[in-house]
Design a protein around this ligand. Structure first.
Ligand SMILES: *[C@@H]1O[C@H](CO)[C@@H](O)[C@H](O)[C@H]1NC(C)=O
Ligand SMILES: *[C@@H]1O[C@H](CO)[C@@H](O)[C@H](O)[C@H]1NC(C)=O
Length: 225
């Protein structure tokens, strides 16, 4: 069970923190709820991901200004560092890579903004994929089954598993891709679910709640919290 070590973050709000929590960072989310104004909540729980605040106004016009920080074992990537461009073979989608192996990580993480009727492409050979919906809704087809994934839903596709993601309405998803590393004897299986359905992991004495989105056995070589 290799935990993802790197993460990506946005200006501080509760919705951001909730996201960080999912992605393996431990924060006292409930204590920080007060940081969000009502208006932000109306745009959805991940509004700060899909509609981020840009640089502070007094620094907005400074060329090259960024609050992003890159360290050996973590990175804080703020919206002004996100560069959106077409994703290879996806249609009607623009993507911003947040983490890539060029930054020494063992996975890729990107935001994909899918317009109405956009379609995904498959990952490369032997690459597993995990996706998480932060805005809108996507339809994931595996050939045998069709899944409607709304905000807070996720799916895991093992390496070389044929699937496609389509958005009937505009949607934003966060995608992790990684070269699968075999730890046990059994292959990982496809799965789709929603955060709410995942059991709470006991964390006695802590102020946060914790859920794991993938099974914790050796078929899966990483997890998302
Ligand atoms: C999306 O597809 C539907 C059904 O094919 C079509 O009616 C609609 O016009 C399309 N929307 C856009 C923006 O292309
Ligand atoms: C891992 O968990 C999945 C889902 O619960 C299950 O289908 C699979 O058989 C398990 N694999 C092993 C090696 O225990």
């Amino acid at each position: 069970d290799i935990k993802m070590q790197k993460f990506q973050s946005f200006p501080c709000t509760f919705s951001t923190l909730r996201l960080l929590l999912l992605w393996g960072i431990v924060v006292g989310g409930s204590q920080l709820e007060g940081l969000c104004s009502e208006g932000e909540w109306e745009q959805g729980i991940y509004a700060k991901v899909t509609n981020p605040t840009l640089s502070p106004s007094h620094l907005k016009d400074l060329p090259g200004f960024t609050r992003s920080v890159y360290k050996r074992d973590y990175a804080l990537i703020t919206p002004e560092s996100q560069v959106f461009s077409a994703l290879p073979d996806w249609t009607k989608t623009s993507g911003a890579y947040l983490i890539t192996p060029a930054m020494d990580s063992h996975f890729v993480m990107y935001i994909a903004q899918m317009k109405e009727n956009a379609t995904s492409a498959l990952p490369q050979q032997d690459i597993e994929r995990f996706l998480f919906v932060v805005k809108g809704e996507v339809v994931l087809s595996t050939g045998a089954e069709v899944f409607k994934l709304s905000v807070d839903s996720f799916a895991y596709a093992p390496p070389n598993f044929k699937h496609s993601v389509k958005s009937d309405i505009s949607a934003v998803i966060v995608v992790f891709e990684r070269r699968y590393q075999r730890l046990g004897n059994e292959d990982p299986g496809f799965l789709a679910g929603s955060t709410e359905q995942q059991p709470l992991v006991e964390t006695p004495g802590e102020v946060f709640t914790l859920r794991k989105l993938l099974p914790t056995n050796f078929s899966y070589d990483f997890n998302i919290h």
